[in-house]
Design a binder for this molecule. Structure first.
Ligand SMILES: C[S@@+](CC[C@H](N)C(=O)[O-])C[C@H]1O[C@@H](n2cnc3c(N)ncnc32)[C@H](O)[C@@H]1O
Length: 315
């Protein structure tokens, strides 16, 4: 009986969110809708996850809203790989969260059009509120997107959340929705990277949601992409540091500690308002990733080292 009620309320909610997504497209992005969208229906996978309100969704939003430029370096590199001169160049940001990349792209005057996708209904609702073009799908089933309708497809800052046995279907979906010569860009961290060590030794231990995911093997991923039919496959390492600025050293280190705390919801370390928690976070970062503080343009700049793996290919 309880199951039936839950199923019914889930259906009511799904219908509501689908209507919001459609209405946003029809009112604000009609040409994009006609070009890229088949029909809007709910995903066939669970739509609550670590990024839901009961997970670390709110905490994650705090970090990205308070520090829109913290990942500017990495995002600039990714957007440069999806370069274009006009708004007709359409990309799908598949693990898009609250449209962090689309929001930053706007601040950076990126000219292309970004559709933000996510599986989490919570993230989708947030993105829609600000009228960004939004879809609600799982990376391995882009059922709302038309065949051969996109110029670019981005898997960034989240591809490791897709279980390893479902990744091949996600690459196939990326291939399906790209136009001929369209660009696929995958950004994550290699299994051997210090960031993955940080996820394992710190985030998985102290985050409210844990962080036990398999990241990426460069050769294996390139082989999978080749098998699907992608050409010009290249892999590279890019700098993807978290970067902060402030008037003094204490403030800039405080910003860095808070960002890491909220991004990964490290509440098991302690209360972020307690200076001891900030020190523990900064120590963990220094030990595994490395931190650099210097004076830059009359301000203190703090960089937390991250090196991401990027693999690209064309259809
Ligand atoms: C770390 S967040 C990154 C969000 C955003 N790209 C950013 O840079 O801030 C990862 C996102 O991937 C989403 N996600 C997880 N599994 C997914 C799947 N199978 N399909 C689509 N999105 C998924 C999560 O809901 C979450 O919003």
């Amino acid at each position: 009986m309880k199951k039936n009620i839950n199923q019914k309320s889930q259906r009511v909610y799904d219908t509501y969110l689908v209507s919001l997504i459609k209405e946003n497209f029809l009112k604000n992005h009609l040409a994009l809708y006609k070009r890229c969208i088949t029909d809007i229906t709910p995903p066939c996978y669970p739509t609550t996850n670590d990024f839901s309100i009961k997970g670390r969704g709110e905490s994650y939003l705090t970090s990205v809203i308070d520090h829109p430029y913290a990942r500017e370096e990495g995002v600039r590199s990714l957007l440069a790989m999806l370069s274009c001169n006009d708004e007709n160049y359409v990309i799908l940001d598949v693990f898009g969260g609250n449209a962090y990349i689309a929001r930053l792209a706007k601040l950076l005057n990126y000219k292309g059009t970004i559709i933000t996708n996510d599986i989490s209904s919570y993230m989708v609702e947030i993105t829609i509120k600000d009228k960004y073009p939004t879809t609600w799908q799982s990376a391995d089933n882009l059922h709302c997107i038309r065949y051969k309708s996109l110029n670019g497809i981005l898997f960034a800052y989240g591809a490791h959340h897709l279980p390893i046995n479902r990744r091949i279907d996600a690459y196939k979906e990326a291939y399906r929705v790209l136009k001929k010569n369209g660009k696929f860009v995958l950004h994550d961290f290699s299994n051997e990277s210090s960031m993955v060590k940080y996820f394992k030794n710190v985030v998985d231990q102290f985050s409210s949601t844990g962080h036990n995911f398999t990241h990426f093997d460069e050769t294996e991923t390139k082989n999978l992409l080749t098998g699907i039919g992608f050409k010009n496959i290249r892999s590279m390492k890019i700098r993807d540091d978290f970067v902060f600025h402030a008037k003094n050293q204490n403030q800039v280190l405080g910003k860095c500690a808070e960002y890491v705390y909220y991004m990964y919801c490290l509440e098991k370390i302690g209360d972020i308002n307690d200076p001891k928690t900030k020190t523990l976070i900064l120590n963990s970062v220094r030990e595994i990733l490395g931190l650099r503080v210097k004076i830059f343009n009359d301000q203190y700049q703090c960089k937390l080292n991250r090196e991401a793996l990027v693999i690209t290919g064309n259809k």
